[in-house]
Design a protein around this ligand. Structure first.
Ligand SMILES: NC(=O)c1ccc[n+]([C@@H]2O[C@H](COP(=O)([O-])OP(=O)(O)OC[C@H]3O[C@@H](n4cnc5c(N)ncnc54)[C@H](OP(=O)(O)O)[C@@H]3O)[C@@H](O)[C@H]2O)c1
Length: 163
């Protein structure tokens, strides 16, 4: 069965977005995002998807969550909600692929409230930028630390759900 990972980059002040874009410039973290998600299924809220510099992201199945009935694309799977039913459908269509919940905040919040992710891959970015979107509150008692890998300007934390 597919693994479901939530992947995010979070500044020291909890900020993840500003005016529809990332609030920091961290090319090495973008490279990590690409390396990690290539070959997988990436799920985005419509705001995050619209803010991507390249759409759809190449080498990955792109899934967009939107309530907009006219949002349509031949290259993107579109769902009108994020639910266990949607996840079951993604797993059914792509049983061999890892599924990545790629944000933004509303999608992270919904995914966490439904206990969808098995794993969190969190880049902790060493800056305190201005922003208008924060990562949702996380109950770390429900997560077991797996690894922390330091990089220049950020570190990558991996956490697995406590069973
Ligand atoms: N630092 C990071 O790792 C990271 C990752 C991703 C995004 N971001 C940043 O986060 C910001 C965007 O986050 P956001 O929370 O404002 O927006 P978002 O989650 O990307 O998109 C919100 C939109 O997604 C759709 N949506 C979300 N949940 C839904 C649900 N349960 N059912 C149906 N539709 C749903 C709705 O689309 P419609 O309005 O079309 O119906 C909603 O308006 C941007 O600044 C982006 O750059 C940062």
């Amino acid at each position: 069965m597919s693994q479901i990972c939530l992947i995010a980059a979070i500044a020291k002040n909890g900020v993840i977005g500003n005016k529809g874009k990332l609030p920091f410039s961290c090319p090495d973290d973008l490279a990590h995002f690409k390396r990690t998600t290539l070959g997988g299924v990436c799920i985005f809220g419509s705001a995050t998807y619209e803010g991507l510099p390249v759409r759809p992201l190449p080498g990955r199945v792109n899934v967009v969550i939107t309530r907009d009935p006219i949002f349509a694309s031949e290259t993107v799977l579109v769902f009108s909600s994020l639910s266990t039913v949607v996840m079951t459908e993604c797993v059914r269509l792509y049983p061999e692929k890892t599924i990545f919940i790629c944000g933004g905040a509303s999608v992270y919040e919904r995914a966490l409230s439904l206990n969808l992710p098995d794993r969190l891959i969190l880049s902790q970015v060493c800056s305190e930028p201005e922003g208008d979107v924060d990562f949702p509150k996380l109950d770390y008692s429900r997560w077991r630390p797996v690894s922390t890998v330091p990089h220049d300007g950020f570190s990558i934390e991996t956490w697995d759900r406590v069973k």
